[in-house]
Design a protein around this ligand. Structure first.
Ligand SMILES: [Zn+2]
Length: 305
């Protein structure tokens, strides 16, 4: 009986951890709170807020300032991105996914706010970050340099990707208007811009080769981009959080990146996900191939679409 019960619990846990389209090469921590999917390219994506598994024995976070909203279907979006990269380019990103809900732990906050002081949640928090750490270390060792993306979902009325480079909307606006100079090192592209061959910060925010510009050209409006350089007065915008700051900072000199806050319709929803993931896979591989210091693996060649 005990064995049966244990199997049932295990099966239930697996159904919460896994998804139909979960990529191969998974490692889970013993409790199944966090999953790591090994990659074959210089791209590490973390998904801190997509978990839906509410641990009944853990009291929901209720400390001051605690946000507990789930970023709906961001985990599924990351899996779809992995599939598209495999299908169209023959490579996979590293994925680090938190399976438990933000009501139990917030994987994009420093530990005290993340756990609201609950010592039982320290371990999942540490594991999530240890997984990111080892993915980045492996990617840098293999490919010389690595792009890091912290993947989220927003509920703002503006249907667009909010690309967060740790630059506030106000700074972005005044930088675009050329009334303010920004220091590279306060942004999440500091380690990219420290390379000799790389042009100015302006180019990577509003220029032709900026990630936002390339996504917008594929039909996915993004801010900042050439098409939509900065949020307008009163518009909502997330500019990057704890993870983006931590993993693109001085302690990770070969890592650069940004946060993506994605809209739901046409991006995260089941109908829109495959087309979005295909566009993303083309843009991100093209983006990474621009830099001689990023050793991108050869594409397997374009598949029939
Ligand atoms: Zn989030």
């Amino acid at each position: 009986m005990r064995v049966l019960l244990l199997s049932a619990v295990l099966l239930y846990s697996i159904s919460l951890i896994g998804q139909n389209n979960a990529p191969p090469g998974a490692t889970h921590d013993a409790a199944g709170h966090t999953s790591y999917y090994a990659g074959t390219m210089p791209l590490v994506i973390s998904v801190p807020h997509g978990g839906t598994w509410n641990l009944t024995e853990i009291k929901d976070r209720d400390c001051e300032g605690a946000v507990t909203v789930t970023d709906r279907e961001t985990k599924e979006l990351a899996f779809e991105i992995s599939d598209a990269l495999a299908k169209y380019h023959g490579m996979r990103p590293y994925l680090i996914v938190c399976n438990i809900t933000r009501k139990d732990v917030d994987q994009n906050r420093e530990i005290n706010e993340a756990t609201c002081g609950n010592p039982e949640m320290a371990k999942p928090w540490e594991t999530f970050h240890a997984y990111i750490d080892s993915a980045l270390a492996e990617a840098v060792a293999k490919f010389g340099s690595c792009l890091y993306i912290d993947l989220h979902g927003h509920g703002h009325p503006e249907q667009r990707l909010e690309v967060g480079y740790l630059i506030t909307d106000k700074k972005l606006t005044s930088f675009y208007d050329q009334s303010e100079l920004l220091s590279d090192h306060t942004t999440s592209l500091g380690n990219l811009l420290s390379r000799k061959e790389v042009s100015s910060l302006r180019e990577w925010l509003f220029g032709e080769r900026a990630f936002g510009t390339l996504m917008a050209a594929k039909g996915y409006p993004s801010v900042p981009s050439q098409q939509d350089p900065h949020p307008k007065e009163g518009e909502k915008y997330f500019n990057g959080g704890y993870n983006t700051k931590r993993y693109t900072g001085a302690a990770y000199p070969n890592v650069f990146g940004w946060q993506i806050e994605s809209n739901y319709r046409g991006v995260r929803d089941p109908k829109g996900r495959p087309a979005f993931a295909m566009a993303f896979s083309d843009v991100i591989t093209g983006f990474l191939r621009q830099f001689s210091f990023v050793k991108m693996p050869a594409s397997m060649g374009e598949q029939v679409r």
